[in-house]
Design a protein around this ligand. Structure first.
Ligand SMILES: Cc1cc2nc3c(=O)[nH]c(=O)nc-3n(C[C@H](O)[C@H](O)[C@H](O)COP(=O)(O)O)c2cc1C
Length: 490
């Protein structure tokens, strides 16, 4: 019999759901989830900022292969932090075959984030990845597993092959993952491979197979995951298009409302009756950050809810304090505005953006930014003419994108989410002209509802305030977990 949380604090990249937030939620008996997306960059930048509080050092010291951790410390740690205005180090962008150094960085950074989130309590921690950000997958998952991650959650794509990879890694066996390469012929080798034994530097620690939850937005995807996944799928998170972050595009031909946002219709609604028949635990996400919505989800047979926005603005999250403060103040007045941008994300998926003056949501700020692609997580792999695999991003300089066979029209309106999301958490890259990359905050449609967590006169709230409010009114004590046997699920 499995025990599941009622509340999953959703993974929020880059670095919004950091180890601190996930630890706070898991300590309360619910599931805290760290984001593994671009966590290698996050570690590099925390070290370049002097590792305030010494937390990275503590995580590195716990890594099972000390020489590997030391190499990373020696390379990136800057005592006292880099001078203000000096750029962060450039780390090479990922490729199908990364250098050993980059693979080590992925393993170690994922380890550190999960290790710190697990520190000081015995509850489980999850790690979230986006299927579309494929290049770092294998080493990242293994690194998180070395730290004893309890759940792997993945959405933004169809992660059919991840469960099998996790099964293999639990026994330190090699894992493979097919890279999606536009224009590749069936004969072309597009497989990514990772063999833990090529990297371990000491005795193999015993690993537990984490549970795998797929984040999906339709009945078809839910069924496909359960039927075709290469290993066990332990549950499903059903995310509606009101959720923060990326949203699944609407079914059928894209239609926009008067403001230019995608229109979702009845075909985009998940049929819960059908879902229940699948017989696996599920959590509902997208606007479920209140006691009433948790109650509704439980009444629908869900194991619970996955909540993002409410936690993104809690004191523990990685979001820059000034951005948090301004958006919470807007929410308190009911004035927060969220735009579902069909173009901003290089992935082509709609992306929710909080409208906030002075950030990248501002047309003026967007127009003033010079296009540059130096992080590259959202690049698409494509079959280049020389038979090799190339990488391109719709948000990179348009001429470069077109030179790689991309269409100029696909570059319009795109924003560099990689740089913006690192700016959101206080690690903006500084450019040659001394300007800093602008932030772009993503948030769910329910932004204004975070006001419910503000006690009289207070301007901020904690993750515990969210958990207590959601559970308190549903009559569940904090530490209580839901037990679901196969029989009770049917
Ligand atoms: C700031 C932010 C970043 C997010 N980033 C991710 C992500 O990296 N991966 C992911 O699967 N979901 C991401 N999400 C979605 C959340 O995990 C969660 O499913 C969603 O926020 C639930 O809806 P809600 O925002 O209405 O609570 C993000 C949400 C927010 C608010």
């Amino acid at each position: 019999m499995f025990q599941f949380p009622r509340i999953i604090q959703g993974g929020m990249g880059v670095g919004v759901s950091n180890w601190r937030l996930a630890q706070a939620v898991s300590r309360l008996g619910q599931l805290g989830v760290v984001s593994g997306t671009a966590i290698d960059q996050v570690l590099v930048r925390r070290l370049a900022d002097g590792d305030k509080g010494g937390h990275m050092r503590r995580g590195l010291d716990a890594f099972p292969f000390p020489d590997m951790a030391k190499r990373i410390w020696n390379e990136y740690f800057v005592p006292g932090g880099k001078p203000e205005g000096k750029p962060y180090p450039n780390v090479p962008m990922h490729q199908r075959r990364d250098s050993r150094k980059l693979i080590e960085l992925l393993m170690v950074s994922n380890f550190v984030e999960v290790f710190l989130a697990r520190e000081g309590h015995i509850n489980r921690i999850g790690v979230n990845f986006l299927e579309k950000v494929q290049l770092p997958h294998l080493a990242s998952i293994y690194g998180a597993m070395l730290a004893g991650v309890g759940y792997v959650l993945m959405g933004a794509g169809i992660p059919l092959h991840i469960p099998g990879v996790i099964d293999n890694f639990a026994e330190h066996k090699p894992g493979e993952y097919k890279l999606a390469v536009a224009g590749a012929t069936p004969e072309q080798d597009t497989m990514m491979r990772f063999d833990p034994r090529d990297y371990v530097e000491g005795p193999l620690p015993k690993l537990e197979r984490p549970r795998f939850l797929a984040i999906v937005s339709s009945n078809t995807l839910a069924t496909t995951m359960l039927r075709r996944a290469t290993g066990r799928v332990d549950g499903l998170v059903i995310e509606s298009p009101t959720a923060g972050g990326h949203n699944a595009p609407p079914r059928g031909k894209l239609q926009l409302d008067a403001m230019g946002q995608p229109i979702y219709g009845h075909r985009d609604k998940v049929d819960l009756e059908e879902l229940r028949k699948l017989g696996v635990p599920f959590w509902l996400a997208g606007g479920y950050g209140s006691a009433a919505k948790l109650r509704e989800a439980l009444d629908e047979g869900a194991a619970g809810v996955q909540v993002g926005t409410a936690f993104a603005f809690s004191e523990e999250s990685g979001l820059r304090p000034d951005l948090k403060r301004r958006l919470v103040a807007q929410a308190a007045k009911g004035e927060g505005q969220v735009f579902t941008d069909p173009l901003a994300s290089p992935t082509g998926f709609p992306f929710k953006v909080a409208q906030l003056a002075g950030t990248y949501s501002d047309e003026g700020v967007a127009a003033a930014r010079t296009r540059v692609c130096d992080l590259g997580y959202l690049r698409e792999a494509y079959a280049a003419e020389d038979g090799k695999i190339g990488y391109r991003c719709t948000a990179e300089p348009a001429a470069a994108y077109v030179a790689k066979g991309g269409r100029i029209e696909d570059t319009i309106g795109r924003k560099c989410l990689c740089n913006a999301l690192l700016a959101n958490i206080g690690h903006p890259q500084t450019r040659q002209d001394k300007t800093a990359e602008p932030p772009l905050v993503t948030v769910g449609d329910d932004l204004n509802k975070v006001a419910q967590f503000l006690e009289d006169g207070r301007e901020s709230y904690s993750a515990a305030d969210v958990v207590e409010r959601l559970l308190g009114e549903v009559g569940v004590s904090q530490g209580e977990l839901v037990s679901l046997s196969a029989a009770s699920r049917a």
